[in-house]
Write a new protein. Structure first.
Lengths: 226, 226, 226, 226
C-alpha cells in the first residue's frame, strides 16, 4: 500500500515537473531578413544567444527558432506571419526588420514608403499581440559603418528607426535599439571612418563582434522580460 | 393531400423567387488604385458601367461598389482585402492593379519587385477565391501613350501584364486586358506619338475616351460571366 | 627741383588711383543651381550681398553676377563654364553645387555618382584656376531641415560635403561651409524637428533667414579674401 | 633639261605617294563604354573588324583604336574627349554610348536625364566636327534580349535611340542602328524569349554572335563612308 502511494506521489511529481518543463520552455521566434537568416548559423547572433542560455543552465527555459529570409521587407513579414511564425505558437516574437525597406530604394527601386512601413509594421504587431504573444522590436542597425553620419542611407535609417522607437514607447513594447548600439560603438571604436569591418563584414551583415553585440543586447532584453 | 402538394409547390416557388432576388443582385467590388478611386466619380468608368446597366434595365441585377485608393500597389490591396472587400460580401471582385508597382520604382524608389508582385497577387486571389467569390483580373493600362514602345515604363508594364495574362490563363480567371486595349487603340489613333490626351489626361489617369473604353470592356466581361 | 618732386608725387597718386580703379571693381560670378538662380531676385542671397556692399560704400569695388540654373548638377556647370562664366572674365567665381547631384538620385534616378562628382568638380576648378581666377567653394546646404540626422539625404549630403571640404583644404581654396552653417543653425533653433521653414521654405530653397545667413557668410569670405 | 623634268616627275610621284600614305591610313577611334572597352580584346567587335580589314588586304588603309571605358555615360565622353580622342588626331570617331545613361537610372540612381543626354551628345558631336573629323553614331543595343518588348529598359532605350536616329538624320551623320539590328535579330531567332545568350552573354555585353553582328554593320558603314 505504502509503495503504491509513494509511487503515485512520485508519478505526480514527475508529471508536474514535466509540465513545468513543457510550460517553462519559452519559445522565441526571431522574425526578420538575411541578418536573422544568418543568425542561426554557427557563430550567428541566435546561435550565440543559445550558447549563452546553455552556459547559464537555462536551456530548459528557452527555445530559440529562426524565421529570417534574405531580402525581406516589412510587408514580406506580414505576408508570411501565419505560416512562419504564428503556426509555431511562440511565446515571444522578436521582429527585426527595416534594412531592406530603406536599402532597396536605391538598390533596386523597391523599398518601402515611410508611411506604409508604419502601416504594415503596426498591422504585423497587432496580429501578433492578438494571439497574446509577447514582442521584442529591434531597430535596423546599419548600412555602412562610418560614424560621421555620411553613410548614404543614414538619414532614412534614422527616420525609420525613430518611427520604431516612438511606436515601441507608445505601445509599451520591449525595444532593442540596434541602430543606437551600432552608432555608439562606431563613434567610439571607428575613428578611421571605416565603411565596414567593425560590426559588419560588408556594411550590413554581422561579423563576430556584431553578432556578439546583438546577442548580448537581446539576452539582456529577454532576461528583463521573461 | 392536394392542398399539401399545392402548398409545397407554392412554398418552393416562393423560396426560389426569394433566392432569385437574393442571388440576382450581384455585388461587384472594384478593387484598385487611383484609377479605380476616380472610377466612381461622375463620368468615371464605374459610373459609366452603372449607366449602361440602368440603360439595359438590369439595375436589379448588379450592384457596383468602388474600392480604389490612390497610390495603391498589390501589397496594399492584400493588406486591406478583409476590411474593404471581403467584409462587403461581394459576388465578384475586379482586381485592377500594377501601375504603381511599376511606376513608383523610378518615381520614388518604392515599386514592387517582379517576383513579389506575383507572390502578393496570387495570395490576394487565393484569399478571394477561398470565399467562393468570382474574379475579373485587369492588366495595368499605360504610363505614357506613345505607341512606338518608347514610354519609359513600357518594358516593365509589358512584363507585369504578361505575368497577369499567364496567371489568368493558368487559373482560368476572367481577364480584361486593358494594356492590350490601350496599346491597340494608340497604335491606331495616335500616329503623332502623343504622350497623353488619347485615353488619359496625364499619361496614367483616364479621360472620357479612356473611361468609355474600359467600361465597355468590363461590361462585356461581366455579361459573358454572370 | 620742387616741381620735379611735385610731379613725381602727382604721378604716384595718379598711378595709385588708376591701379585702384582697375583693381577695385572685382567681378564675382555666382555659379550654381536653382538656389543661385533665385539668389539674384529681390531678397535673394546675391541681392542681399549687393545691398551689404552698397551699405559699406564699396559698390565701386565689387560687381556681382548670377549664373545659376535650376536643376544643375556639377557636370552641367562643366558644360556651360566657358559660355556662362569664363566669357564674363570674372576675378572670382563662387561655385555652389551638389544638392541636385544627391537629390536627383531618388527623385528621378539621375543624380551624380560620388566618384564622378569629384572628377567633374576638380576638372571645373582646374579650368577656372588655369585662367588665374580666384575661387570660393560652397558645400550643399540641406534637403530637409530636421536636426536629428533623419532627413533622407543627410548621409549623402554629408558625404559630398566632406569631399568638398577635403578638396578645398588640400587645394587651399576658400570655403563657405553652408552645410555646417545650416546644420548648426537647426541644431540650435529647430528643437521641434521641422522639415522646412527654418532656413528654407520647401526643404531646399532659401527663405529670408536662409538668404541672410548665406549672404553674411559669403560677405565674410569675400572680405577676408579680397 | 631632261634631268630637271625627270626630277620633277619623281618629286611629284614621291609627294603623291607620301600623300597617299598620309591620307590612306585612316585612323578610326571607337569612343564608348564597357562594350567598346571589351571590343578591342581578342574576338571583340573591334578585333573582328581589324581581322576583316586584314582579310580584305586593307590594313594599310585603316588604323583602329579603342577608347572605351566601362560605366561611361555621354557626359563622361564629353569630359575625356580632348585627352582620349582629339589628341589622337583621328579621321573618324565612332560614338557608341547610351546603355549606362539609361541603365544606371534604376541600377544606382545615376542615369542621364533625357534632355541632358541630347545636350551633351550634341556638344560632343559639335566639338568633334569642329576639328573636321568624320563621325559614325551608334544606337545603344539592348539591356535584356527578350523580343516581346518586356525588358525593363526597353521603353527608355527606344526613347534614347529615337533621339540619336533623329539627330543623325538631321545632321546627316552616318548611323549604325545597333538597337534595330539587335531587336530584329531577336525577333527572328529568339522565340523562347531568352533574356540573354543570343547576342549578349549577360543581357548587355556582346557574345561572339553579337560581336560579329556589330563588326559587320560597322564594316559596311565604314566602306560606304571612306
Amino acid at each position: 500500500m505504502r509503495i503504491k502511494i509513494a509511487f503515485t506521489v512520485l508519478l505526480i511529481i514527475s508529471l508536474m515537473s514535466l509540465s513545468f518543463i513543457q510550460k517553462g520552455r519559452q519559445k522565441i521566434v526571431f522574425f526578420g531578413d538575411s541578418i536573422t537568416e544568418l543568425g542561426v548559423k554557427k557563430g550567428g547572433y541566435i546561435d550565440l544567444l543559445n550558447n549563452q542560455i546553455i552556459r547559464h543552465g537555462k536551456s530548459n527555459q528557452y527555445e530559440l527558432m529562426g524565421a529570417g529570409i534574405g531580402g525581406n521587407k516589412v510587408y514580406d513579414l506580414y505576408l508570411r506571419l501565419e505560416r512562419d511564425v504564428l503556426s509555431k505558437e511562440p511565446d515571444v516574437v522578436l521582429v527585426w526588420i527595416g534594412v531592406n525597406d530603406v536599402w532597396h530604394k536605391s538598390l533596386m527601386g523597391t523599398g518601402t514608403d515611410y508611411d506604409k512601413f508604419g502601416i504594415f509594421y503596426d498591422a504585423l504587431v497587432q496580429k501578433i499581440q492578438a494571439k497574446g504573444i509577447k514582442l521584442i522590436l529591434v531597430t535596423p542597425a546599419v548600412i555602412g559603418e562610418r560614424s560621421d553620419h555620411s553613410n548614404p542611407q543614414d538619414g532614412e535609417l534614422n527616420l525609420y528607426a525613430n518611427w520604431i522607437r516612438k511606436y515601441a514607447t507608445e505601445k509599451k513594447i520591449a525595444l532593442v535599439d540596434c541602430r543606437k548600439l551600432f552608432i555608439d560603438y562606431n563613434a567610439k571604436y571607428n575613428p578611421k571612418q571605416l565603411d565596414k569591418g567593425m560590426l559588419t563584414y560588408d556594411r550590413v551583415h554581422l561579423n563576430d563582434a556584431g553578432n556578439q553585440l546583438v546577442a548580448d543586447a537581446i539576452w539582456e532584453s529577454i532576461q528583463s522580460m521573461l
